[in-house]
Design a protein around this ligand. Structure first.
Ligand code: PMP
Length: 360
């Protein structure tokens, strides 16, 4: 007995976890600075922690009201209807739900290369094919409408990541509009704004009123500090919002997750502090790292370091975990997540020591 042929599916390669590295090195995870997964270094909002505690005794029942409440709160925040908000298990879940709703077997998706690997994984899970548009280092990974349209060949879904992981580059609002207008009638343009809170650029959610071929993804994993709870959402046009009921895995967004997300959504101070720290840290990283870096709209900075695997391995031994971008197809780059005002300068010191060590 064997599963179906899975040879086309590649496993997701996450940033390395502190527990995992601590076990490998035989040290305490608290002695490590983890800057490999673009998490919130301040953690979740205290209000979300309270909500998690308060929800604990009720987890014997399926989540219903909390899911509805979260959809309504998100809708309110963005000025859309609750039906337009697809609450999902992480933004990853929203990617799957869109694949379920849009892909017939053999349909293709167009994804950025380098880029977030789950777009292509989800398409393959749903028996779809994958094409890519190149983001070129020589062009500072610029994301323009032409970058996408030069490669576009009528794919059913086109993914835009803004800010982009791992480069930090963004699409302008004009470019998103140009793309939504230029693609075929049955092509869905998906704007992944997982890092949207960290940029000044306006969300593409504002474009949904005028475009029924756009969907926007957001998450509570990054700026809201709830990565461990797996809550995200898609915002979709009114015209086909009701597809959610047909593609939603029952109760996939958990009671604890929905309650914590609701509390986090209300804590503007925590969000403000988070964004302010990330903006400070990315400036600090760009200024003090002894390596070329790229401008970033996210809570991370991409740096060109030569042998990324060797640099990441060396910093790890010195207690700082960064993301080797080899799995993104960038074997000479690392991605460093923004830490706090305390951890970031220490991480930069360690990184610069590692760079010096690897370069000799
Ligand atoms: N989109 C992008 C660009 C990401 O980097 C990530 C997480 N690394 C996600 C989506 C998924 O986030 P989550 O499922 O945790 O919401």
């Amino acid at each position: 007995m064997q599963p179906r042929d899975l040879s086309d599916l590649s496993p997701y390669v996450p940033g390395r976890g502190a527990e995992e590295v601590a076990r490998e090195l035989g040290i305490d995870p608290d002695d490590l600075t983890k800057l490999s997964s673009n998490e919130n270094p301040h953690g979740p909002s205290p209000a979300a922690i309270d909500a998690i505690r308060e929800t604990a005794p009720t987890v014997g029942v399926y989540p219903k009201a909390s899911h509805t409440d979260l959809g309504e709160a998100v809708a309110d925040r963005w000025g859309v209807t609750p039906e337009q908000v697809w609450v999902t298990p992480g933004a990853d879940g929203a990617i799957d739900y869109l694949s379920r709703a849009f892909l017939d077997p053999g349909d293709s998706v167009l994804v950025p290369e380098p880029g977030f690997s789950y777009y292509r994984m989800s398409a393959r899970y749903h028996h779809g094919d994958v094409a890519s548009y190149p983001l070129r280092k020589a062009e500072d990974f610029a994301q323009t409408a032409d970058t996408v349209l030069d490669a576009y060949d009528g794919e059913r879904m086109v993914y835009l990541t803004s800010p982009h992981n791992p480069t930090g580059a963004e699409f302008s609002r004009e470019a998103v509009v140009e793309l939504a207008d230029a693609v075929a009638e049955d092509t869905l343009v998906v704007v992944d704004e997982a890092y949207g809170e960290y940029t000044d650029a306006p969300s593409s959610i504002g474009l949904l009123d005028d475009h029924d071929n756009l969907a926007v993804l957001r998450t509570f994993s990054k700026a809201y500090g709830l990565a461990g709870l797996r809550v995200g959402y898609g915002v979709v046009p009114d015209a086909w919002a009701d597809a959610y009921a047909r593609v939603n895995t029952p109760f996939a967004a958990s009671e604890v997750g929905c309650r914590a997300a609701l509390a986090a959504l209300d804590d503007d101070d925590h969000l403000e502090r988070t964004v302010e720290t990330a903006r400070w840290a990315r400036d600090y990283l760009r200024e003090h790292l002894d390596a070329p870096t790229w401008e970033s709209g996210g809570n991370f900075v991409l740096a060109e370091v030569g042998d990324a695997a060797a640099v990441a391995e060396t910093t790890k031994r010195l207690g700082v975990i960064v993301r080797d971008c080899t799995s993104f197809g960038l074997p000479d780059c690392i991605r460093v997540s923004c830490g706090t005002r305390e951890t970031t300068p220490h991480a930069v010191e360690v990184l610069n020591d590692a760079l010096a060590e690897v370069r000799v």
